[in-house]
Design a protein around this ligand. Structure first.
Ligand code: BES
Ligand code: MN
Ligand code: ZN
Length: 491
């Protein structure tokens, strides 16, 4: 798909489909008014007859509108406010692009940038539009033998705007590519997307750029490093665990890197503390943290960002083989701290803690881990916000800001010392679970015991990384948030 920025008059420009915004209560304005005049009141008569109200997210495709140069006119409802919030604008774009997909148009003109959004300029709107357009056209059909539910490809999208900064398109496209990469990986079932598969993908990345090197640590090497916490999780599986590390050098060697750690549990059955059967198939998505960091580094490479980034992915299955860890087992982590495994289903923190200790060898400026870590995060924040935890206020603020600007929002929760008592153990330095109370927080508090020596944040994407039910599929969430943070850091 190609994107163009053009300062043109939509009333005079040919297209297979022209998208315009129409408000509910306000009189027609901007492009809508101009096209209404050119079409001899087509839009206002539809509104007065009640055939199109302009309610937020409502759409109407008008075929062969008279007196207009477009084959189809796509009206997008923008609600009853003169100025939209960022979320309302995103909702309108998603509705518009979803309707555009059904038209089969191969080129389109998007005149939705003249819709005012509180605190946002055209630059923000362009990046959002590129990302949301790509998302709306995304389909995962790799595993269908009868692959005919394809969407007619949109080849050209022109945005009507006075802004001519092509960098915005490049950024939007890179983020969209990163999200696509994350979604493709996460949508694969666990019999295909194994720890070994993730390692192969990581190695393939390294081939794409001279700035990238990849290293895969085997179980033997992890054993030597003393990563017994990570290794305790893979004992119930026949497939070997891996620790994937990808180094991207976009800046001076002396520049301290930002380390991104992604949870890569390719299937989480819960281990001996087995999960209920209902919905267990969704636990193929327990590698969405890994998918998010792989998508992010793909976008970083594409944009050639002038920063140093290290990606670490501890990856394993959490199954119930004869050698699986048992409740009550005690293991020693790479940090030297001992852990009593009270629940084998709290495996994410067991693999992350060793990866977080390993991160120290890169002398990081900042470490951010991202993981589908706790069901409790879904209870607390639902599918809207990612959970955010940090030992550093300015890092937390920067990540919240990146979430807001990208539309991939995060909400900070506390990791006060007082919560630490909940994971005390009678036999080891700590237990891997506390009570049910505040269990997203105690999971983060567990990780905090391994991240004292650097600036660190933890992002829980259990509620945002995928959708279940009829619209089941990975969302690519995490990539926009991390990319907005990294783009800001590279300026
Ligand atoms: N992968 C799960 C968390 C999860 C749950 C992600 C639902 C997405 C949707 C994690 O490994 C897990 O099992 N966590 C347990 C922790 C508990 C045993 C303390 C949980 O959240 O129930
Ligand atoms: Mn689990
Ligand atoms: Zn898990």
């Amino acid at each position: 798909m190609e994107f163009h920025l053009k300062s043109i008059d939509p009333a005079k420009r040919r297209s297979q489909c022209t998208l315009i915004g129409v408000f509910e209560k306000q009189p027609l304005s901007g492009t809508a008014k101009a096209l209404d005049t050119a079409s001899k009141k087509l839009i206002s008569s539809l509104k007065s007859k009640g055939d199109f109200t302009g309610k937020l997210g409502e759409t109407l495709v008008i075929h062969h509108p008279q007196h207009l140069p477009c084959k189809r006119l796509l009206l997008v409802g923008c609600g009853d406010r003169k100025e939209l919030t960022m979320q309302q604008y995103r909702k309108a774009l998603i509705a518009g692009f979803t309707a555009l997909k059904t038209t089969g148009a191969s080129d389109a003109l998007c005149a939705l940038l003249d819709v005012p959004v509180a605190g946002c300029d055209d630059a923000w709107k362009i990046r959002q539009a590129v990302e949301l357009l790509d998302d709306a056209f995304y389909l995962f059909t790799e595993l269908k033998s009868n692959n005919n539910q394809h969407v007619a490809p949109l080849e050209n999208m022109t945005f009507v705007t006075d802004c001519s900064d092509d960098k915005l398109i490049k950024q939007g496209q890179a983020i969209a590519l990163g999200m696509r990469t994350a979604k493709d990986l996460a949508n694969l079932p666990a019999n295909i997307c194994t720890p070994d598969y993730l390692a192969t993908q990581a190695k393939a990345l390294a081939k794409k750029s001279v700035k990238v090197t990849t290293e895969i640590l085997s179980e033997e090497e992890m054993e030597k490093l003393g990563m017994h916490s990570l290794l305790s999780v893979t004992r119930g599986s026949d497939k070997p665990a891996k620790l994937i590390s990808i180094q991207y050098q976009g800046a001076d060697e002396a520049d301290k890197p930002i380390v991104l750690v992604g949870k890569g549990v390719t299937f989480d059955a819960g281990g001996i503390s087995i999960k209920p059967a209902q919905g267990m198939e969704d636990m193929k998505f327990d590698m969405c943290g890994a998918a998010a960091v792989l998508g992010t580094i793909t976008a970083v490479i594409k944009l050639k960002l002038p920063i140093n980034v290290v990606v670490l992915i501890p990856t394993t299955e959490n199954l119930l083989g004869g050698s699986a860890s048992k409740p009550g087992d005690v293991v020693k982590s790479m940090s030297g701290q001992t852990i009593e495994i009270l629940n084998t289903d709290a495996e994410g923190r067991l693999i992350l803690c060793d990866a977080l200790t390993y991160a120290k060898r890169f002398k990081p400026d900042t470490v951010i881990d991202i993981a589908t870590l706790t069901g409790a995060c879904v209870i607390a924040l639902g599918n809207q916000a990612c959970g955010l935890f940090s030992n550093n206020d300015s890092l937390a603020d920067a990540l919240v800001a990146a979430g807001t600007s990208s539309g991939d929002r995060a909400w900070r929760l506390p990791i006060w010392e007082e919560y630490q008592d909940q994971i005390n153990s009678t036999v080891a330095d700590m237990a891997n679970v506390g009570s049910r109370a505040a269990s997203s927080i105690t999971a983060a508090c567990f990780l905090a015991r391994f991240t004292k020596q650097y600036r660190w944040a933890h992002i829980d994407i259990a509620g945002t990384a995928y959708r279940s039910g009829e619209e089941k599929g990975a969302t690519g969430r995490g990539v926009p948030l991390l990319m907005h943070y990294l783009i800001a850091r590279s300026q």
